[in-house]
Design a protein around this ligand. Structure first.
Ligand code: SAH
Length: 323
């Protein structure tokens, strides 16, 4: 299906939530009832960036910074594999301690465990992305955050929109399953710009899309702003499902942080992936991108999914049945 920008804006501005049911039907038809699990490891909260909304921004002096050692990361990955995870996601701030060589070592050791591997470690050069791919990385998550250049500039005063775009096209070129996404409810963000975000996801032909409401962090310059609306975030996700049909869409943690059944609602409105957090309790508390970050385990999901007649997918772990 194709929707014009105006049609998308109309859907986003209407109080009607029929779109949730439509997206649920598209999800069922194209990717089925199975919910894919991705085991998330937050291995460093050290970041050189200064994204205004993010609790881990380098100018936030209240964060207890940590980085896990290679062995600690591998131990967590092994535990995840023993629990039955088929995909491991490595996420961190932009921490240059993890240089190309060290990342490649970690990647190839995790690949030896026989799982798919997703990276979410920010903006890198084409050469770095190529090295990670050659070492075995399968997928990469890099949200564009917003396609509105002016808003992007305000939210990332020291970063470069064109470079983030370049990264996404490099990842595609290198054959990664490429994930992107946006924040919903950033200060001054308009419905028109959210419609542009959705159209961009289609243009990039993204394989995964993560969408989450903005949640103000008390130690950032955006602390007095309102949080994004959960309903609007789910609507953006639902329209994305309808337009991109067979991609992977996580029910994101930020959705659950705003409302206790937020992720279940997302799973009933187009989502088909959840990312339980494998990081140990001590460190995951310190990976505070936004306050009240919920972190559910595989067991929590096992139980909750039954209440909506869904189940954890154990067979295929990839997009379009790629291993
Ligand atoms: N450094 C990596 C990982 C970023 S953290 C990268 O640049 O890709 C993952 C995501 O958390 C970000 O892409 C952003 O969309 C989201 N995030 C950051 N701060 C947030 C906030 N205050 N509220 C909601 N989501 C936030």
């Amino acid at each position: 299906m194709n929707l014009s920008k105006k049609e998308i804006v109309d859907i986003l501005s209407s109080p009607d939530t029929d779109i949730f049911k439509e997206a649920d039907a598209v999800r069922k038809k194209y990717v089925g009832d199975g919910v894919h699990l991705r085991g998330l490891i937050e291995f460093s909260n050290i970041c050189k960036c200064n994204c205004l909304y993010c609790g881990l921004q380098s100018s936030n002096k209240h964060v207890n910074r940590y980085r896990l050692s290679k062995d600690e990361i591998l131990d967590i990955a092994k535990k995840g594999v023993d629990e039955g995870f088929k995909t491991i996601v490595l996420q961190s701030g932009e921490d240059e301690f993890f240089n190309t060589k060290l990342m490649c070592e970690i990647i190839s050791e995790i690949k030896n465990l026989g799982v798919a591997l997703t990276l979410s470690i920010g903006e890198k050069s084409f050469e770095d992305y190529k090295a990670f791919k050659d070492a075995g990385a399968d997928r990469y998550l890099l949200r564009i955050e917003t396609t509105d250049k002016n808003l992007y500039k305000k939210m990332h005063p020291y970063a470069n929109f064109d470079n983030r775009m370049r990264c996404l096209y490099d990842l595609k070129k290198l054959g990664y399953e490429t994930g992107t996404g946006c924040l919903v409810g950033l200060p001054e963000q308009t419905l028109e710009s959210l419609a542009d975000d959705i159209l961009f996801f289609k243009e990039l032909d993204a394989d995964m899309i993560g969408i989450g409401p903005f949640i103000p962090h008390p130690d950032t310059p955006l602390k007095n702003e309102n949080n994004g609306s959960l309903d609007l975030a789910i609507k953006v996700m639902a329209v994305t499902r309808i337009l991109l049909k067979d991609i992977n869409i996580p029910a994101t943690t930020a959705m659950e942080s705003l409302r206790s059944d937020g992720r279940l609602l997302a799973l009933q409105s187009g989502a088909n992936v959840v990312m339980p957090n494998l990081t140990d309790d001590c460190h995951k508390k310190m990976y505070e991108i936004y306050p009240n970050k919920i972190s559910a385990t595989k067991q929590d999901f096992d139980f909750k999914l039954k209440t909506i007649n869904r189940y954890i997918e154990t067979v295929s772990c990839g997009y379009r049945n790629r291993a």
